[in-house]
Design a protein. Structure first.
Length: 308
């Protein structure tokens, strides 16, 4: 897989995806990536010409993979057109990021920029593929401005110190965004394989079965579930959703404040949020095994590849 754009998500398989693929020496055609996440493994299967189905319950990952997995070289972004995303002011522009996250995860001017870019993307006439690519660049920009590329703590004070990442933190949001688009364009230019339109699902993994994905049979089921967390504290702050809850809130921009606990110091999602409940099913050993067995029972005719 050539020139896949660099991302900054925990658990990326960029250093081992070839090793994983080389261990699958059984013939297969249709692949379901049930915990799709950043989409790197899905992209690897796509590069092999497999008929791919992508699934992840987090909307932010559905967004970016509607761009990265469905696009080809004809979907490359015109770099000169990007200025309109942060130069154009709209009458109905919201300021959710500014109101909730200023001086918590980003500085004030960065929050203003984020609100403007999201509004311009959402109100544009771009195709869903292009919007997905733009959201990918936005999320990478947000992550690169964050200490540890995460939102499990504020840590904004670290950006004021001359540390090893200061050069990146001091770079403008616009420049980081444009760099990400350049990487995506280079990747799309290298794609030389066509597969059927890749379906993007947001199904709860523990409820998955072939017919939900409009298939009688799925040849290969790829599983890369969340890691079990040992303590209650690590389950609360160390899980995947907690690391990227800000990106998920940006993906749900129209309902931004309705699912956040605005009284919490870190403005975390409410504890009764469906995503919180679903991800917690995979963080304790007993529930993890129970859900894993349930999935296996629904895909008994599939090759199951388990990455953990």
């Amino acid at each position: 897989m050539k020139n896949y754009p660099k991302s900054h998500f925990i658990g990326q398989k960029d250093s081992i995806y070839k090793w994983i693929l080389n261990r699958i020496d059984i013939s297969y055609s249709t692949v379901l990536d049930l915990f799709g996440g950043s989409g790197l493994m899905s992209a690897a299967f796509r590069s092999m010409g497999k008929n791919l189905i992508y699934n992840d319950i987090m909307k932010c990952f559905q967004f970016i993979n509607s761009g990265l997995l469905r696009s080809t070289k004809v979907d490359k972004i015109n770099i000169s057109s990007l200025n309109s995303l942060w130069d154009n002011s709209l009458k109905n522009q919201r300021s959710y990021a500014f109101e909730v996250y200023k001086d918590l995860y980003f500085f004030e001017d960065e929050c203003v920029w984020i609100d403007k870019v999201i509004t311009n993307i959402m109100q544009s006439n771009y195709s869903s593929n292009t919007k997905g690519i733009l959201f990918f660049a936005l999320y990478q920009t947000c992550l690169m401005k964050r200490p540890f590329n995460s939102f499990h703590r504020s840590f904004l004070n670290l950006r004021l110190k001359k540390r090893e990442n200061y050069q990146i933190w001091d770079k403008s949001m616009e420049d980081i965004f444009i760099d990400s688009i350049h990487e995506v364009n280079n990747y799309l230019e290298s794609i030389d394989v066509q597969t059927e339109l890749i379906p993007i699902f947001g199904i709860t993994a523990s409820e998955a079965k072939p017919e939900i994905f409009n298939k009688e049979r799925i040849d290969l089921l790829y599983l890369d579930p969340p890691f079990i967390s040992g303590s209650k504290r690590s389950r609360k702050y160390g899980n995947y959703f907690m690391n990227y809850h800000v990106l998920e809130s940006l993906a749900n921009y129209e309902s931004f404040t309705s699912w956040l606990d605005l009284n919490h110091l870190l403005k975390l999602p409410k504890q009764d949020h469906p995503l919180m409940k679903e991800i917690e099913k995979w963080l304790t050993k007993d529930l993890f095994l129970e859900n894993l067995e349930k999935i296996i029972s629904q895909f008994q005719e599939s090759i199951i590849v388990f990455s953990y």
